[in-house]
Design a protein around this ligand. Structure first.
Ligand code: SF4
Ligand code: SF4
Length: 70
């Protein structure tokens, strides 16, 4: 499975990765706060990830790393 990891405490909850994901599987965690006080982004259905890295490309703060399955 492709792996998407977030450096949660760098996230500012801007939501750009949420709109960038073609599979609509990235969402802000409404029930969590990071150390900066923002709702961090997370992948809600990792099994649907196609490893396109659009989320990582869009993130202005380099929070996201995508490791594509080979
Ligand atoms: S790698 Fe692509 S499909 Fe996977 S979470 Fe990021 S934008 Fe969505
Ligand atoms: S684009 Fe980056 S900073 Fe913005 S919500 Fe997504 S992970 Fe967080």
């Amino acid at each position: 499975m492709n792996r998407v990891t977030f450096n949660i405490d760098l996230c500012k909850g801007c939501g750009l990765c949420v709109t960038a994901c073609p599979k609509k599987i990235v969402a802000l965690a409404g029930d969590k706060l990071n150390s900066k006080g923002y709702h961090p982004a997370q992948v809600i259905e990792p099994e649907k990830c196609i490893g396109c890295a659009m989320c990582a490309t869009m993130c202005p703060d380099v929070v996201i790393t995508v490791e594509k399955d080979v």
